[in-house]
Ligand binder design. Structure first.
Ligand code: PBG
Ligand code: ZN
Length: 324
């Protein structure tokens, strides 16, 4: 025998020297859900360890995150009132604008990204303005509103926006709207390849954003399509996106690698709610070693090609990484 792979696996120091992929606290972006009120921190039944929080609680949570070395969050808003267009999302006093202002003033060193969409803000729960004839989202009217929403976030002091609605031309419309309003340095992380996925189920509980009729298959992608998945991300790069994304992550490892190989832009992956809850529930049932399965999963995203991992596991993983 000439080749012995095990020669390099016997000594643990050599094993570490030869490790190809590394996970770091710098890779994580942590999702937080903002609600109006004071002292509110309500755990989501389907996502143990994930909470809807009032802004004061989010500010306290940022202290905890910084202690762990987590410097990046992505914010979702849960408004008091919803309407047909999602007005709260386009208002300078809306929940998300308020949250950005207060979080950035308490934590100027926290990197704050916002999810840019309308499904949490519309009474019908779809990701934009409805076309009454098609009974689905009107793409081009929604683009105008997305640009308005982006400028509201920018004025409130956000560090990056992340449009998640899968509208055609959204990156071009946002870049144009932001540049015209004087925000040419605000980066856009596009949810560029986002599938219509049942893995978002628990998120829709926490964000109160389930569609009241139908589903999102006329704007989010068919999970079966690999060529289209690449084309969607490449199109957003051409429109001026700064960072691309594949979402969900776990069932789409092949797509993560495909997109990575077809772009020179940095790539984010969204380790979504259902993926998080599956591990949590398996841990509660006592059938897996949660810490090990979690770290193996997160490392897998890096190996597949992720530069940024958006994950509800960020705090737990940071604690383990900090221990060394
Ligand atoms: C909003 C949005 C969703 C998620 C992130 N942004 C839900 C959806 O598209 O229905 C899912 C996140 C998760 O499941 O953790 N468009
Ligand atoms: Zn949406």
């Amino acid at each position: 025998m000439f080749t012995r792979f095990r020669r390099k696996r016997i000594n643990p120091v050599l094993r570490d020297l030869l490790q190809e992929t590394h996970l770091s606290v710098n890779d994580f972006m942590y999702p937080l859900f903002a609600k109006s009120g004071q002292g509110i921190k309500v755990e989501v039944k389907s996502m143990p360890g994930v909470f809807q929080m009032s802004i004061d609680e989010i500010i306290k949570e940022c202290d905890v995150l910084k202690t762990l070395g987590i410097k990046s969050i992505i914010l979702f808003g849960i408004p008091d009132t919803k309407d047909s267009v999602g007005s709260d999302a386009m208002c300078d006093h809306g929940i998300i604008a308020q949250t950005i202002k207060e979080v950035k003033s308490a934590h100027p060193d926290m990197f704050v990204t916002t999810d840019l969409c309308f499904c949490e803000y519309t009474d019908h729960g779809h990701c934009g303005v409805l076309d009454p004839v098609l009974e689905t989202v009107d793409n081009d009217i929604t683009l105008d509103n997305l640009a308005r929403q982006a400028v509201v976030h920018a004025k409130a002091g956000v560090d990056m926006i992340a449009p998640s609605g899968m509208m055609d031309g959204m990156i071009y419309a946002l870049r144009k709207g932001l540049d015209e309003a004087g925000f040419s340095n605000l980066p856009i992380m596009s949810y560029s390849t986002k599938f219509s996925s049942a893995y978002y189920g628990p998120f829709r509980d926490v964000a109160e954003s389930s569609p009241s009729f139908g589903d999102r298959r006329s704007y989010q992608m068919n999970p079966a399509n690999r060529n289209e998945a690449i084309a969607e991300s490449v199109a957003d790069e051409k429109e001026g996106a700064d960072i691309l994304m594949v979402k969900p992550a776990l069932a789409y490892m092949d797509i993560i690698r495909d997109v990575k190989n077809n772009t020179t832009l940095p790539l984010a992956v969204y380790n979504v709610s259902g993926e998080y809850s599956m591990l949590k529930m398996a841990a509660i049932a006592g059938v897996i070693d949660y810490d090990k399965v979690m770290m193996e999963t997160l490392l897998g995203f890096k190996r597949a090609g992720a530069d940024i991992i958006i994950t509800y596991h960020a705090k737990e993983a940071a604690i383990l990484l900090n221990k060394g």
